[in-house]
Design a protein. Sequence first.
Length: 334
Amino acid sequence: MVMKLKEYIQETLGTEIFPEKLPETGQGKLPYYITATFRLFNAQLFHRPVMLAEIKNKTDFTTTQIQKQLHLIADVFNTTVVLLADQLTFINRKRLIEKRINFIVPGKQMYLPDLLVDLRETFQKKRELKETLYPSAQYILLYHILRKNDPLENHTLKQLAKKLHYTPMAITKAVADLERNGLCIAEGKKEKYIRFENNKKELWEKALPLMTSPVIKQVFTDEIPVNLALCKANASALPQYSEMAASRQTFYAIEKTLFYSLQKNDQWKNMDDREGKYCLEIWKYNPVPLTTTDFVDPLSLYLSMKDSKDERIEMALEKILNDYIFTNNDYNLW
């Protein structure tokens, strides 16, 4: 990994780094569990001494454990310590950033708050690209990932518009948005078809920096209109995909056009911005076609809650990714 690191530093920062393995005398100052976990290297970056702590084995770890171990190394050697890893899950990267832990994943991300460096793979792309996907483009992507038995690649763009309840123009713009960001290819001359070249795990990881929460806002009401089929969302949906207990507040997701149509016809009772029997999440896209249950799909749920600081919710979301993304490449729900 040292060679990959040197190439990455040279390519991204235009400078060189020359890691040297920590001598045995230095390793003797540390507990065995530290030297068993990390390969340690002395180096200089921006003319400042740093110690690189490369994770030896791709074993499970908590960021709290890592934080304590890196602080111990820093205290012993009185230097800046940088975690070096070949790969990290999105959740672990997010937690490391929240804890302001220096880390480098060569070729992907460099976060060195002690050296005032935050370089992510998404920052390396051409900045003329949009920061986020259109909601319709995100919807197509999630439908493709989730609905294994209903492949979108078998339909023309006109057929997709009818199938997904969008206008032909909206689907054309959505597919162009996906193609512009390297997530799909539009093929065909007279009739256009969408094609996805990445497997779904790769596609998710590639698209994740461009995806956003589907939730526009939350409102509360004391009554749901009769015969209105809604999917449970937020903390009401987490128990479906994890061991987390159900919340006292009941959450539902509803597509924005339907919500405002019902509001116009005075279908919501005692609507309030702060409290009520039901919490309604107004979504940018329709949650119903993405699921076959009474709960919103797990990936939209993840996107709607991924910025939570609650450790229980973080653990539940991590389970969603492990179950539906990282277990294998054939992780579709239906």
